[in-house]
Design a protein around this ligand. Structure first.
Ligand code: NDP
Length: 340
């Protein structure tokens, strides 16, 4: 176990144990814990720290406050056609998504395109982990959900919508890592600002405004004010689209409504989640076009260095973590051990 002052290197299996013990200890059911451990450990290994082990703290808080039902049993709501609906019954989102994903894949293969809506859930993790399994089985996937109600409109100074992440995954053939991007509608996810606050670091300029609408580099002031949308009005438009798709479209809350109803513990907001799956086999592309797309992505990565494709940093970090172990924040490691 290699160590430095601020970080500790542990095996992937130890990361999983570090995530699992506090979840089970606070009463989260085995099914929920399994899905949560998978997502959080993989994010830690992928060096996506804002949605890694640190999220366990908020999940435990959300159970302790009574907000999230730790043993909620997701219910598949009867539907027809290419729509799958799941009522998460006020539990975490990852177990319901695990229940719904095979049903979604089945319908996508049957109809060419299908949608999965999960209602009344608490989603706290990175979206790529939800859709990569679909691309690994040859499907194109998109997903979105509402995030923390902290993001201003372009030119605005107070929150108007959530950090609202949106993810896309495209298959690259058997045994190949899919093309995946996953981004919040804000300049950064709220978790990144919280991590900077914990580390006593200031924010880069252009991330946030304070409660008076003035630009700030203070994480504390940013959390009282608003995070800016990425790319100005373009990111704001994407954030509004996500808000409509994962909220009103599927009969669920907008982030402002979820924020108002929230007891303000450290956990995620209650809300909805929308995932789409597309089977390329139903469209004109066919295997040849998909192989050509794969070759095109490879050539882009090779010919445009030092530019890179989204997902490559994360997947490289995963390979490194699996071979050498995962570097984990020492204070967080110790805090999670105490939670056990
Ligand atoms: P980033 O800005 O870090 O990254 C967004 C995407 O862009 C990633 O796919 C990333 O790939 C890619 N990327 C980053 N830098 C480059 C580059 N230089 N060249 C090419 N591609 C690049 O993510 P965000 O801060 O916006 O979001 C972080 C996470 O937060 C997401 O996983 C999101 O799902 C999650 N989130 C979850 C919420 C929830 O409620 N569940 C709410 C809000 C956010 P790579 O990973 O390889 O760097």
């Amino acid at each position: 176990m290699a160590q430095d002052q601020d970080r500790i290197r542990i095996s992937f299996e130890q990361v999983r144990q570090l995530a699992e013990r506090p979840l089970l200890r606070c009463g989260i059911s085995r099914e929920h814990a399994d899905a949560m451990v998978d997502a959080v450990s993989l994010a830690e290994a992928d060096d996506a720290k804002s949605h890694g082990l640190y999220r366990i703290l908020g999940c435990v808080e959300a159970v302790r406050s009574g907000k999230v039902d730790p043993g909620a049993r997701p219910e598949v709501v009867p539907t027809s056609g290419a729509v799958v609906r799941i009522d998460a019954k006020g539990g975490f989102a990852l177990h319901p998504l695990r229940v719904g994903r095979p049903l979604l894949a089945e319908k996508a293969k049957q109809f060419g395109i299908a949608a999965l809506a999960v209602n009344n859930c608490y989603h706290f993790s990175a979206l790529w982990a939800d859709i990569e399994p679909l691309a690994e089985q040859g499907l194109v996937a998109l997903s979105c959900t509402i995030g923390a109600y902290n993001v201003a409109l372009a030119g605005g100074s107070t929150p108007a919508f959530g950090t609202n992440p949106f993810a896309f995954a495209f298959p690259r053939g058997t045994g190949r890592t899919p093309f995946v991007f996953d981004l919040s509608s804000s300049v950064v996810a709220k978790g990144e600002i919280e991590l900077r606050r914990r580390a006593g670091e200031s924010l880069p300029p252009g991330w946030a405004v304070d409660s008076q609408g003035a630009p700030t580099t203070s994480p504390e002031e940013a959390l009282k004010g608003a995070i800016l949308p990425f790319g100005g009005h373009k990111g704001a438009a994407l954030g509004l689209m996500v808000e409509l798709l994962a909220g009103p479209l599927i009969g669920d809350l907008r982030s402002a409504e979820a924020f108002t109803a929230d007891p303000k513990d450290a956990g995620p907001l209650r809300g909805g989640y929308l995932m789409l799956a597309i089977d390329p086999g139903h469209f004109a592309g066919g295997e040849g076009k998909l192989d050509a797309a794969d070759a095109w992505l490879t050539s882009l990565a090779e010919q445009h260095r030092p530019a890179r494709l989204p997902g490559t940093r994360r997947h490289a970090a995963r390979r490194r973590s699996m071979a050498e172990g995962v570097l984990v924040s020492r204070p967080l490691h110790d805090q999670l051990l105490e939670l056990c």
